[in-house]
Design a protein around this ligand. Structure first.
Ligand SMILES: [Zn+2]
Length: 274
């Protein structure tokens, strides 16, 4: 009896070789769930799958249900996002986003916002300057983590809920934390975000640049298009990537090699200003 089939649209977030010529692809489907499927013969030069199932591509697929992995029967390219594979910095930045999705999304667990968010990121990143790529990746990590329920408290104390005012990107309004231009604010990953001075005296917290925290809030609340036009500086981006890494590691246990590579790359390129 033939296996039942179904159609879906997905974004390729991971590829790995299987056997002599097959490929296993992880797709983020439109519902926000992850689908792992085998594309048989996809690594043969003549296979039509090879160009349609590239990393970061959006594809319409016909899948047959399998016992462990589904089988790709047909694939139609919707948007290749090819520019992301032609520039090393953009490839690395997009890989951080794809890796994060591959770890955060679960099979059979729908999450309606993550597919359009990922599609929007890849589309904006494709037209962005290589220098903006890392900032967009940082924004994606913070937004995606917030979408999956891991949003840091940045405008109110994570412990008592008292309003907390951080330094904004223009250096103004350093509210409860005197000592401009960019004071640090007590931040507790375990408590869930920034702390007011009273709670910080009783709970474990580490000082984090208030500018970094203010930038993180801006990133969570901004569109990718707006961030691509006015990205943070490379030094600020490194701090944001480190904050996202710390937050993600503590709350989800996820460690991304691609993220470490992206930070190292930024430090190599902009070492003089970091
Ligand atoms: Zn408090």
């Amino acid at each position: 009896m033939a296996s039942p089939t179904y159609r879906t649209r997905g974004i390729v977030v991971r590829k790995r070789a299987l056997g002599e010529a097959d490929l296993v692809v992880s797709l983020l489907d439109e519902s926000g769930a992850k689908v792992a499927a085998v594309a048989k013969g996809a690594r043969k030069p003549a296979s039509t799958f090879s160009s349609r199932l590239e990393l970061f591509s959006s594809v319409d697929v016909l899948l047959a249900r399998g016992r462990t992995l589904d089988i790709v029967k047909e694939a139609r390219l919707v948007r290749g996002h090819g520019a992301l594979r032609c520039d090393y910095e953009l490839t690395l930045a997009a890989s951080v986003a794809a890796d994060a999705v591959d770890h955060l999304a679960q099979e059979s667990l729908e999450q309606q916002r993550i597919f359009p968010m990922t599609e929007a990121l890849l589309t904006v990143m494709e037209g962005a300057s290589p220098a903006s790529g890392a900032a967009l990746a940082a924004a994606f990590l913070l937004k995606a983590l917030a979408t999956f329920g891991y949003r840091p408290a940045l405008d109110a104390c994570a412990a008592c809920g008292a309003p907390v005012s951080l330094a904004r990107a223009d250096g103004q309004n350093a509210g409860g934390y005197p000592g401009n231009p960019f004071p640090s604010a007590p931040f507790s990953v375990g408590e869930g975000g920034v702390l007011c001075p009273g709670c910080a005296s009783q709970l474990q917290a580490q000082p984090v640049s208030a500018l970094t925290l203010a930038n993180a809030q801006t990133m969570i609340e901004s569109t990718f298009s707006a961030l691509a036009v006015r990205p943070p500086t490379p030094a600020e981006t490194v701090d944001l990537l480190r904050l996202a890494n710390l937050w993600m590691g503590y709350h989800t246990g996820i460690r991304l090699k691609s993220l470490e590579q992206l930070v190292l790359g930024l430090q190599r390129c902009h070492g003089g200003v970091l």
